[in-house]
Design a protein around this ligand. Structure first.
Ligand SMILES: *Cc1c(COP(=O)(O)O)cnc(C)c1O
Length: 361
């Protein structure tokens, strides 16, 4: 590994594969003989259309996305989907179910309430979002237009370890912070989406995977740029797509493929996460935020219970080359985001640091 790189535990934007960055670097002024950077290319050029198509193909292959699903490369962030989803999908019955398990599902739920009648399938706020509901706890409305949940709660550090069952109601899932970290049976979902800046690419791209036939029933005042059917018809190119991010996603996907695909990513995920959880469990000082069964393999949240000591930890970790470990302002404490591209040795060394801090304080 390049010795100038530090271990970046940021929640997003976050670490990207070194090989993807180096490839982009080597092509930055002259993309494969085109004489220009991907940043400078027309989105309608042959060279870019090839990048676009190949990136789509790679994602379809790696996630095993069935042919009757569309892959869209959109903008307005993951948060844009908080609006786009109800605008496009709630019209069928006017109702939708939301499982609120953290900050982003809570925001999505509030936004959706502008457009229809929302029921809380679960609300874990009473437990300060320390756990994921079990299937039998979900209150499901068979008349819902869709069931919405967030697979990994980036801020609280909890993750669904199962795909909920909602009968014939389409599943809609925010996978922003754990997409590509494990194999997923896409055919169980109506719609999957993810902001790119956690596990895929730089900020500015949102990937939407939507089953054919689900779009096309949008509310009449749906903004043009949020209309899934328009974006399906125009293959995400109604307007200029986020070209650079799509290119970077392609390079990240090459790295995923070279490292065993989503099955390889899942192995690495739990190798990193289990090491960190075991180290924290074995410490005197640190407490974990998430319940054992609900622990995230991507964002590990912990604290000492003493704000001064937490601050000391973050400060000393930073000085030792482990950066961005401060927890979100909603939870305090610490959070280590260990996305796909975080090298295992980064977590090994962080664990050494945690053990030493535990001993010395
Ligand atoms: C980061 C994040 C979001 C918000 O992403 P933006 O692209 O900043 O809008 C939404 N959901 C989850 C799970 C996230 O981790």
């Amino acid at each position: 590994m390049n010795h100038q790189r530090i271990y970046n535990f940021a929640a997003g934007p976050s670490v990207l594969p070194l090989s993807a960055l180096e490839r982009a670097g080597s092509e930055i002024t002259n993309y494969r003989g085109s004489g220009m950077s991907v940043m400078e290319m027309s989105h309608r050029s042959k060279a870019f259309l090839e990048i676009f198509q190949q990136t789509q193909n790679k994602l379809r292959r790696l996630m095993d996305i069935p042919e009757d699903y569309h892959i869209l490369f959109l903008q307005t962030g993951a948060s844009g989907q908080f609006s786009a989803i109800p605008l496009n999908l709630i019209g069928r019955t006017g109702r939708a179910d939301y499982a609120v398990t953290g900050n982003f599902s809570s925001l999505a739920c509030k936004e959706a309430a502008k457009y229809g009648q929302i029921s809380l399938a679960a609300d874990m706020g009473g437990n300060n979002y320390t756990r994921i509901p079990r299937q039998e706890e979900l209150k499901l409305d068979p008349q819902a237009s869709y069931f919405y949940y967030c697979a990994n709660n980036t801020i609280y550090g909890t993750e669904w370890n199962y795909v909920p069952e909602a009968g014939s109601v389409p599943l809609v899932c925010d996978m922003s912070s754990d997409i590509l970290s494990m194999p997923v049976d896409v055919s169980k979902f109506g719609l999957i989406y993810a902001g790119a800046q956690k596990n895929m690419a730089p900020a500015g791209l949102t990937v939407v995977i939507i089953k054919d036939g689900l779009a096309g029933h949008e509310l009449p005042y749906t903004p043009l740029m949020m209309n899934y059917q328009t974006m399906i018809d125009k293959d995400s190119m109604y307007n200029t797509p986020p070209c650079w991010c799509i290119y970077m996603l392609g390079l990240t996907l090459d790295w995923v493929e070279e490292n065993g695909g989503t099955a390889g990513m899942e192995k690495l995920k739990w190798q990193r996460a289990n090491m960190l959880y075991q180290t924290l469990e074995g410490s005197r000082l640190f407490q974990l935020h998430a319940d054992r069964d609900s622990r995230s393999g991507m964002n590990v949240t912990f604290r000492t219970g003493d704000e001064g000591l937490d601050a000391k930890f973050v400060q000393e970790a930073t000085a030792a080359g482990f950066v961005n470990l401060k927890g979100h302002r909603k939870t305090g404490g610490m959070r280590a985001s260990i996305y796909n591209a975080m090298p295992v040795e980064g977590v090994e060394k962080l664990c050494d640091f945690i053990r030493a801090f535990d001993k010395n304080n």
